[in-house]
Design a protein around this ligand. Structure first.
Ligand code: FEO
Ligand code: CA
Ligand code: CA
Ligand code: CA
Length: 625
């Protein structure tokens, strides 16, 4: 039967149909604009983008490649993230005088990786030049750029040369902080103290803290390091392999231009990546930090929630097949003031606390979970209980046979020893600011149930899982620092006609099909928004909203689709604007500058360019109202 009444508040738009159009498709009545593209100048002195005349110096002042995570912060610090929107808008309007023009905000973006064949005409993957490698180093990292809203629409535009604009790249100095700073595992010939690292790599998603900083996950760092196969010390080689490093040459061949990318020359350099990075976007001169207390793995994202007494808890996924879910619980309380001393205190919150890994238990008999995704006969959903197993607190290890330093630097090995639950690629994990329930996107795992690999369990119930699932969990007593939780699968993604899919109990003939959830966000009404990467249903990736409570719980509605080859990233759902990062448009096997697979965003005569897009309602109304 047709569900009665209207979709949940915030999700009242005509869903976009699945499609393979080479553009950003938005619901009827909505408009869009490109906020910023790869290569647009943001720093003083940076030249306009000229794809035929790229240089590392130019790229160091321009917006980077492959935008992923996005954060929008008030331009003036002290306006807290979760403030009432109207109050914030009023403040921003009052600040027109000093900032000049429309409503300004601070945009922070991750640049996950580079696609050299789509960046450089005539690129030869066997013989990259030093200049190309250096441009790619400068195209990685983070961008901070002030953006300004247009008065009459939801369009946003970058404000070049603003004093807060900043680029962080693969060569920017980082401070190492927390319990593993200075550890012998982090020392290299360039940094014998293990306290300063050059650059950040593969920044996937991230988070925004209530104290006005941003967090950035270093994810697939294995791809940058050559010659693991040649490492003679077997113990060291096995540790590198546990982090997916393998083989000889890397695809980009940076090892030819800098010895630190060759593990036979700098054996510990890979240990210096795979961390959560914290950036203070309000201070362009502050060193970005690598926070070792949060552990080292393929960090997808890091989104904090505060305990009742003000301590941040950060939820984190390790995005690889059969990897784990983690959380970090700080032992220090956030200060709410805006003084220098308050800020300095808050910049230490993520250096002190306990790192945990998750173990999940299903409540149905294991033999009822047959790998098909169909619900066990005794039960109406996949659900159960879980525990957070402590791995280390400060300098104290909780894992037999490992020092605390080893737990932080080789966190995956600590998770193995703790008997954590092997999940289907944990991507973004975020607490709902409204309910405190936590949502984890488990994007897919085609190896589930394969020979020699882990079979299905209640939280990962499908063999050969192509479409992924969304796990919902509630901490005991709604305390984010709790050691126990209950969980259930909120969505088991895929074609709604497939009996092995589940949409929170909502009638499946009335939902948008969804595949490979990756990023997680929330709107002001408590709806969950999911963006996808790798849609296995034959249409393009997109952005979806879904109610998590009430009679419409589980009603997935598609808000937009992205161009050919792209994934949808960084979604931000404001009351009158949706912001998405369109990452790797045109990334299709065999595509190149000469043979593009996409013409987005600027048509057939232009380079394909990853870009940030703003979407709004043409009549000026709220999103989904
Ligand atoms: Fe970079 Fe796990 O997505
Ligand atoms: Ca169950
Ligand atoms: Ca991602
Ligand atoms: Ca992804």
């Amino acid at each position: 039967a047709k569900a009665k009444g209207k979709p949940a508040k915030g999700l009242r738009f005509t869903p976009v149909e699945p499609n393979t159009d080479d553009k950003v498709t938005v619901p009827e009545g909505y408009g869009q604009n490109i906020v910023i593209r790869w290569g647009e100048p943001i720093l003083r002195g940076a030249p306009d983008f000229d794809p035929e005349k790229q240089s590392a110096t130019a790229q160091e002042g321009q917006f980077g490649y492959n935008n992923d995570f996005l954060s929008l912060l008030p331009l003036h610090k002290g306006h807290k993230e979760h403030d009432d929107h109207k109050a914030r808008a009023d403040r921003e309007n009052r600040s027109h005088g000093q900032e000049g023009g429309g409503r300004r905000q601070l945009l922070v973006a991750n640049h996950e990786y580079t696609d050299e064949v789509l960046m450089f005409a005539g690129y030869d993957p066997d013989e990259p030049t030093r200049e190309q490698a250096e441009i790619a180093w400068a195209a990685h990292g983070l961008s901070v750029v002030v953006v300004e809203g247009e008065k009459s629409t939801g369009a946003l535009r970058a404000v070049p040369r603003h004093r807060l604009n900043r680029r962080v790249t693969a060569t920017t100095p980082f401070e190492v902080t927390g319990p593993a700073a200075g550890s012998r595992w982090l020392r290299t010939s360039a940094d014998p103290d293990g306290r300063e690292i050059l650059g950040t790599l593969n920044n996937c998603s991230g988070g925004t803290t209530p104290w006005g900083t941003t967090l950035h996950g270093e994810e697939n760092i294995d791809q940058y390091f050559a010659n693991t196969e040649k490492v003679e010390d077997e113990e060291h080689r096995k540790r590198l392999e546990r982090y997916a490093l393998k083989g000889t040459d890397t695809e980009r061949k940076w090892e030819r231009f800098d010895d630190r990318f060759d593990v036979t020359k700098e054996p510990y350099e890979p240990h210096r990546f795979g961390w959560v990075v914290e950036l203070d976007p309000y201070d362009p001169d502050s060193p970005p930090r690598k926070r070792t207390a949060l552990g080292r793995f393929k960090h997808e994202a890091a989104q904090p929630r505060l305990t009742d007494d003000g301590r941040p808890v950060v939820y984190m996924g390790d995005d690889e097949r059969f990897e784990y879910l983690y959380k970090f619980v700080s032992s220090k309380r956030m200060r709410r003031g805006n003084s220098r001393a308050d800020h300095e205190h808050n910049m230490t919150l993520l250096d002190h606390g306990t790192l945990y890994v998750a173990k999940l238990h299903g409540d149905s008999p294991a033999d009822e979970i047959d790998g098909s995704g169909e619900l066990p006969s005794d039960d109406h959903e996949f659900d159960g209980r879980g525990t957070w197993i402590p791995l280390a607190t400060g300098d104290r290890s909780h894992v037999a046979g490992m020092t605390a330093d080893e737990v932080y630097v080789f966190t995956r090995i600590a998770g193995d020893k703790a008997g954590a639950t092997k999940m289907d690629r944990p991507e973004d994990v975020e607490p709902s600011p409204r309910t405190g329930r936590v949502y984890a996107a488990l994007t897919n795992n085609t190896d589930r149930g394969a020979s020699g690999k882990a079979g299905p369990d209640e939280a990962n119930p499908r063999n050969g899982n192509k479409h992924g699932q969304v796990l919902e969990f509630a901490e005991r007593g709604d305390d984010p620092a709790a050691h126990a939780f209950t969980w259930r699968l909120f969505l088991v993604c895929g074609d709604p006609e497939d009996p092995g899919t589940y949409f929170g109990g909502f009638p499946k003939d009335q939902v948008s099909p969804i595949s490979c959830p990756d990023n997680v966000a929330f709107d002001d009404y408590g709806n969950l928004w999911l963006s996808t990467d790798g849609n296995e249903l034959g249409s393009h990736d997109g952005l979806f909203g879904v109610a998590t409570a009430g009679r419409r719980r589980g009603e997935v509605r598609q808000f937009l689709t992205v161009p050919t080859g792209a994934e949808t990233c960084g979604p931000l759902i404001q009351d009158r604007r949706v912001l998405v990062a369109v990452q790797h448009p045109g990334e299709v096997d065999g595509a190149s500058v000469e043979k593009p697979a996409s013409q987005w965003p600027d048509g057939p005569d232009a380079y394909v360019r990853p870009s940030v897009v703003s979407v709004w309602r043409k009549d000026g109304g709220g999103i989904g109202l």
